[in-house]
Design a protein. Structure first.
Length: 386
């Protein structure tokens, strides 16, 4: 039964885009998030925990302005100031870096995990409450930093069983640099940007003017990194765009130096959805799935400090990852040796202690959805079909 099947006064009914996560899925998600966070920590990313709510003017300052339309607002009854409920964690980490950790040594590596709430879901992901787990690398502006977020992200996703991934690299500022250099403005710029956004070659030819050939070549070059880099090298790019293409090539080389087998694709003129990003960006996909497993890239932290980061979406990650076996549940009859039960918890069992004596211990264990029962000091598997 879904929320659409529930009567309007049913207490199980939730607002659109919100849902309960039940056993064992809630534990599975929590375990996956901690696996990701363990990898982040192993690479020196220190965990921060920003609040769910902040004053609106702080939350939506700087890069936070990009998610203003997705932010729920409410009045703080204490201060009588408007507050916002975060729709994305990266702006909060940027605030922490530029205030509480302004004097911390750079490079500053921070990680986070938590829930975000958005005004609207998308067609691919209608959920409005979204889990995030991510990293921010603040201070350096170098290809090695751009490469690090990809490499650490790949290792984190491998920890939950995802090792066949595609990292799609983009330079959202490249198309704008080309349009600026060509002096394309007004209605023509809007129409051309819309054509690029929709990958509509005919529209790009129609509105591209002297850029039509270059832009169509770059549109068609989207795909494996080598092909796209070759197209960028051969394209007649102005100086600013040429510098961006060179930075992308250096980033690819830095990634391949440490992970030559990692699948990299490039979309040279993609700029959709990266409103606060200022350089190399990345989106993570799993084979055969359209939804994003993660996204990130370069941005400005505070007023001027360079930064880059990657946000993973645990809900999407778990939908793509191999199923995780739930923890085995061990029924512990009344009077059983507590030390033995503790030892079995140390071996990975979840123990379910009886609160009364039962004539048929196995039947009670099955009723409580246990997989094993403690008999004579041993964990005995139950025939759950019986």
């Amino acid at each position: 039964m879904t929320d659409d099947d529930l009567p309007g006064n049913n207490p199980a009914l939730l607002p659109a885009g919100l849902r309960d996560l039940l056993p064992p899925e809630a534990e599975t998600e929590a375990g996956a998030v901690e696996s990701l966070m363990d990898v982040f920590a192993a690479h020196g990313y220190q965990r921060v925990k920003p609040p769910l709510l902040e004053f609106e003017d702080n939350l939506l300052a700087g890069s936070g302005a990009a998610v203003a339309e997705q932010t729920f607002r409410l009045m703080d009854p204490d201060s009588q100031r408007m507050m916002g409920l975060r729709a994305d964690t990266t702006p909060q980490v940027a605030r922490i870096a530029t205030t509480r950790l302004a004097n911390a040594p750079r490079p500053l590596r921070l990680s986070y995990a938590g829930q975000c709430l958005r005004v609207r879901g998308s067609q691919l992901d209608p959920d409005r409450q979204v889990a995030q787990a991510g990293i921010e690398l603040i201070g350096p502006d170098a290809p090695a930093a751009d490469a690090e977020i990809v490499l650490v992200g790949a290792e984190a996703l491998a920890s939950v069983g995802l090792d066949r991934l595609s990292f799609d690299l983009t330079i959202p500022t490249l198309a704008q640099a080309l349009l600026d250099d060509a002096g394309i403005v007004g209605a023509q710029r809007q129409a051309l940007s819309r054509g690029l956004d929709r990958k509509d070659v005919a529209a790009v030819v129609r509105h591209g003017g002297k850029l039509a050939d270059v832009l169509t070549d770059l549109l068609r070059a989207a795909g494996p990194a080598d092909r796209a880099l070759a197209a960028l090298r051969e394209a007649a790019l102005p100086e600013a765009a040429r510098a961006l293409a060179g930075r992308l090539a250096e980033t690819v080389a830095a990634i391949r130096a440490r992970a030559p087998a990692l699948r990299l694709t490039i979309d040279p003129v993609e700029f959709r959805g990266f409103r606060y990003h200022t350089g190399i960006c990345v989106t993570v996909y799993a084979p055969g799935r359209r939804e994003e497993l993660g996204r990130g890239g370069r941005y400005v932290c505070g007023e001027t400090e360079p930064a880059t980061g990657l946000t993973l979406f645990p809900d999407a990650v778990l939908r793509a990852a191999p199923p995780r076996a739930p923890r085995a549940r061990l029924f512990v009859p009344l009077g059983a040796d507590p030390a033995r039960a503790a030892a079995l918890r140390g071996e990975g069992f979840a123990t379910v202690a009886a609160l009364d004596a039962f004539e048929d211990t196995s039947a009670e264990a099955r009723r409580l959805r246990c997989t094993h029962v403690l008999l004579d000091g041993e964990a005995v598997a139950l025939n759950t079909d019986g």
